[in-house]
Ligand binder design. Structure first.
Ligand SMILES: Nc1ncnc2c1ncn2[C@@H]1O[C@H](COP(=O)(O)OP(=O)(O)O)[C@@H](O)[C@H]1O
Ligand SMILES: [Mg+2]
Length: 274
């Protein structure tokens, strides 16, 4: 009886993503190089439909953790789970948006967005229609036949976002997706992401080193530190949604939280390798 109740509770609370005491070393198989402890004792969970930011200084292991969740690299020790199952390889359930867009330069917008659909075996006619829908969603209607070199950075990242959304993943893994954009474009893209997310709440793990960006976008912030590289603190972000168009950056609570998180990050050692 008690076992059934426990099992039921456990199944109801299976997180979408879970890191349990994750250790990731680089160069541990190469005696000529110094071993890098990229992630140490990292443990956290992300629930369905949550927008969670992984916030921390450069070199604290954010990209490494995101790549482990994406199945692009393996942890050295510990467990990394997607819906309770170990992550062993990439899957379209977990789509990645990269900082440097990673578009195919020889493919048009339409064909870049359709790429994931080709991989998942969507029929050709359906691919085009579906890609067009997501291109419109990210505001690129009219640019279907453009090549990445003909698009600005902001537009290229819109293509990256449409490509990730088109496969209808359960989780979006976003690695400083607006980090390579100028301040104004970045703000526009943050608003766009909020608008899109508030229509269709995917589970998002969003990597950033920008406190304001994390506060503006997320439900919860995991504040990471260096040495050891893991989560120091979790912050629940209290602002109501929809948030875009509400100037939440000017609210006293936003300013207080920004200062508070900044203080946490100031008490951290600098990047071990920089
Ligand atoms: N392929 C690699 N080989 C060796 N060291 C690496 C590799 N990738 C990352 N690192 C190191 O691991 C640490 C964490 O890197 P990373 O995950 O990229 O951090 P972040 O994304 O937070 O800037 C850094 O010290 C970085 O130099
Ligand atoms: Mg990084």
């Amino acid at each position: 009886m008690a076992d059934t109740a426990t099992a039921h509770r456990r199944s109801r609370s299976t997180p979408v993503l879970e890191a349990d005491n994750v250790l990731k070393l680089y160069n541990d198989d190469d005696p000529s190089k110094e071993v890098v402890r990229a992630v140490e004792h990292a443990s956290f969970r992300i629930e369905r439909n949550e927008f969670v930011s992984l916030l921390g200084p450069s070199g604290c292991g954010k990209t490494t953790l995101l790549h482990i969740f994406a199945g692009l690299t393996n942890q050295t020790e510990g467990r990394v789970l997607y819906q309770g199952e170990p992550i062993e390889r990439p899957s379209t359930d977990r789509a990645v948006v990269f900082q440097h867009f990673n578009l195919f330069p020889w493919r048009t917008t339409l064909s870049n967005v359709a790429f994931g659909l080709e991989m998942t075996g969507h029929p050709k006619a359906d691919r085009k229609e579906r890609a067009a829908k997501y291109i419109e969603m990210v505001g690129l209607k009219g640019f279907e036949e453009s090549y990445p070199r003909e698009l600005s950075g902001g537009m290229q990242q819109r293509v990256g976002l449409a490509r990730a959304l088109a496969v209808d993943p359960t989780v979006l893994l976003m690695d400083e997706p607006f980090g390579a954009l100028d301040a104004q474009t970045r703000q526009v893209m943050q608003t766009e992401l909020l608008r899109i997310w508030e229509q269709d709440r995917k589970t998002i793990l969003f990597v950033t080193h920008d406190i304001e960006e994390a506060l503006l976008l997320s439900d919860r912030i995991l504040v990471m530190g260096n040495d050891p590289s893991n989560v120091r603190r979790e912050v629940d972000v209290p602002f109501d949604r929809p948030r875009y168009g509400h100037d939440i950056e000017e609210q006293a609570e936003f300013i207080r939280l920004r200062r508070d998180i900044w203080n946490t990050m100031q008490n951290e050692p600098r990047n071990k390798t920089a």
